[in-house]
Each structure stands twice: as C-alpha cells, then as structure tokens.
Design a protein around this ligand. Structure first.
Ligand code: 5AD
Length: 362
C-alpha cells in the first residue's frame, strides 16, 4: 500500500518539514531520494492542500488559464506486447480486435480539424500492420493537409530509425510512459521479453530526435511501493519530459492482475502536484483513467496542476474494444453532454478551454 499515512494526522514538525520540501521544489531546488521518500511516507490530507495550491499556481504562471484539448484516435487495439496489467495485451484472447486503415484515420483527422482540434493524438497497441512506410505515409499526408496541427504519436517502442523517420515525416510529439523507473518493479509488471532498458533507451532516443516527449506511470500499480514512486519522481526530475501521463492503475478482468486493487485518487493527485513542481513546464493531462476512477477526478486533477484533456474521437463501438481497464469512460466528442461536463470542471477550476496547438513552452 503506497502513501499509506494519507489519512493520518501529523505533528507540526512533520507538516513543517513537508511544507519546506514543497517550497524547495516550488523554488526549483532538486530533491534527493530520501527527501522524496519523506514526502510520500508522510504526506497527508491536511498538508496536501499546500502542495496542491503551489502546483496550481505554478501551472498558472507558465500556461495561464488554458486547458489544452487534444483529439485522441485509438487507431488499433492489436498489441504484440503482453503487459500484465493491460486489457489489450496479446494474451487476452477475449478482446475484440480492430484497427483503422489510413482512410479511416484521415476521415477522423478531417473531422477533428473541422471541429477545431489542433493536436491529433494517434494511439494504439504495438501493431505491426502499421509499418514504418505506412506510418510515414499517414503522418506525411496529415502534415501536408493540416500544417498547423500537432501530430502526437503513442505507438509504443520502435527503433531509432523508425522514430526518426516518423519525426521527419511530420510527427511532433511522442507519448511513451516509462511505467516504472524502478527496474525491479518494471519487471514485475511485464513479461521477461519486455525490457526496462529498452524502454528507457526509447525515451532517450525520442528526446534526442527532437520530439516533445512524454513519460509517465500508473499510480497504485501492483507491487508498487513508495520507494518505486520515488524512483519515478527522480526520473522525472532528471529526464524533464515535456509531457507526463499519470493515472491510477485500474484492474481489468482478463489480465493476470485481475484481483489487484485499483489505485487511489488521492495518491494520483499527489503525483500530479509533485510532477507539476518537478517539471514546471510539463504538459500534464488529467487522464481518462483518473476520470474513470472517480467523477470528481478531472476537476481535482485540474486543481492539482493538470492542464491537458484528451477527447476520444474514435467510433463508439471501437472505443468499447479499446479497453485497457474496467469502467473506462467511453464518452467522447460526439456527446455534447460530455463537453458540457468538461467545461463545467474547467470553469470550476477557474480555467479556460483552449483548442489551440498548445505546444510545450520553455
Ligand atoms: N490501468 C490503468 N492504466 C493502464 N494502462 C494500461 N493498462 C492500464 C490499466 N489496467 C496505461 C499504461 C499505458 C497506457 C497506454 O495506459 O500506462 O502506458
């Protein structure tokens, strides 16, 4: 159980020490392993509000009131990887698989552009149907037809040449969660044919090539300890990704982890706020998993330093097949009710909906 003292009371000395660490982070001072561990071991409900308001202010200082809206296309749920937590792992023979061909992707991109989206996120399982050449063609056409759109890819691990070719074809950003910066923990979440070192190599490659690069992790994933989360925080502090994807672990019935408990919203919010202070300029989405866990999740995420929301543009029947975890929110762009809910949260957080390209600022 992580951050396990969250609902305990602290003495004043402990609270003061926590607050002085928050102030250090807020002032750009790097923390050490033991400092982060102290935070995670001792943070509680009471003192979280201090951290949260620092994160909120930091985000405001850098990005003003914008909540950047991204259009998400889940292009394929075929996957050759076999992550123990994920509902679209290759060993899940009950998953209903689908993939979009290039014309379907263009169709959704056109729709998105007309609706005002200026960032398109193409996300999918690791599906070899999309060869380097096919992806170059798809990305090249979108780049040509819509020069003012940011193209974000989230297609897993590829070799350096492929990443570079896709960048040259016109992709700008790449999301690849590191999942765990502790090798030991990473290996508990993945089968032995998946390599922690390769994951880290990929992230380094992406950054070197020039992508705005996104790392990230699940909070409350099986076997995760505060020590593991500290490794994640140290990694974020060093790597300084331009984007950070964080959400709770949520169980899926057709995975080896089906009996493991879900992550907790309070812990996710702590990680959002720390991520904001550790990487002040990060684009930090309030993720679908966070909204799926709790209907107050999105608002609380915006109040804790988040400044991005991704809206699902895939067809509704396909969305149901893209099930990484149980109770995933299937609502999306076609539902006005959904946009209204989002707008309400954004207003409540005193922020503004922003469809512009929303690049990383530095
Ligand atoms: N719960 C929460 N997040 C998950 N992901 C995959 N499976 C789950 C799950 N069961 C996340 C992983 C992956 C991203 C696409 O979705 O972090 O990188």
């Amino acid at each position: 159980m992580i951050i396990s003292n969250y609902f305990n009371k602290n003495d004043n000395d402990t609270n003061n020490k926590l607050i002085s660490y928050f102030n250090d982070l807020n002032n750009g001072i790097k923390l050490k392993r033991d400092d982060f561990l102290y935070i995670l071991d001792n943070i509680n409900d009471e003192v979280f509000s201090v951290l949260q308001s620092l994160a909120y202010q930091k985000r405001k200082l850098i990005y003003n009131d914008s909540v950047f809206i991204r259009g998400l296309i889940e292009i394929s749920n075929y996957c050759k990887k076999d992550c123990y937590y994920c509902g679209i792992r290759k060993s899940n023979l009950t998953a209903h698989r689908y993939r979009y061909d290039k014309n379907k992707i263009y169709e959704i991109v056109t729709y998105a552009y007309q609706r005002g989206y200026r960032t398109i996120v193409m996300q999918g399982g690791e599906d070899d149907y999309y060869t380097k050449e096919l992806l170059e063609e798809i990305i090249g056409k979108i780049r040509n037809d819509y020069p003012d759109v940011a193209i974000t890819l989230s297609l897993g691990e590829k070799d350096y040449d492929t990443y570079q070719a896709l960048f040259r074809a016109g992709a700008n950003r790449y999301l690849l969660r590191h999942e765990s910066a502790s090798k030991k923990h990473y290996e508990k979440l993945h089968p032995s044919f998946m390599s922690f070192d390769n994951r880290m190599q990929c992230l380094n490659d992406l950054k070197k090539i020039g992508y705005q690069t996104g790392a990230g992790l699940m909070v409350g994933s099986p076997f995760q300890t505060n020590d593991d989360l500290v490794e994640d925080l140290l990694f974020l502090q060093e790597f300084q990704p331009q984007m950070i994807g964080i959400g709770p672990y949520l169980r899926h019935h057709a995975t080896p982890f089906k009996d493991m408990s879900n992550g907790k919203l309070e812990h996710v919010l702590v990680m959002y706020a720390l991520a904001r202070l550790i990487v002040p300029h990060a684009l930090l989405p309030s993720t679908t998993a966070t909204s799926s866990l709790d209907k107050t999740g999105r608002l609380k995420a915006l109040l804790s330093g988040c400044n991005v929301i991704m809206i699902n543009l895939s067809d509704i029947d396909k969305r149901k097949s893209y099930t990484l975890y149980e109770n995933k929110s299937y609502q999306g762009d076609e539902s006005d009710e959904f946009i209204e809910l989002i707008k309400k949260d954004i207003e409540q957080a005193n922020m503004k909906i922003d469809f512009s390209i929303g690049n990383y600022r530095k």
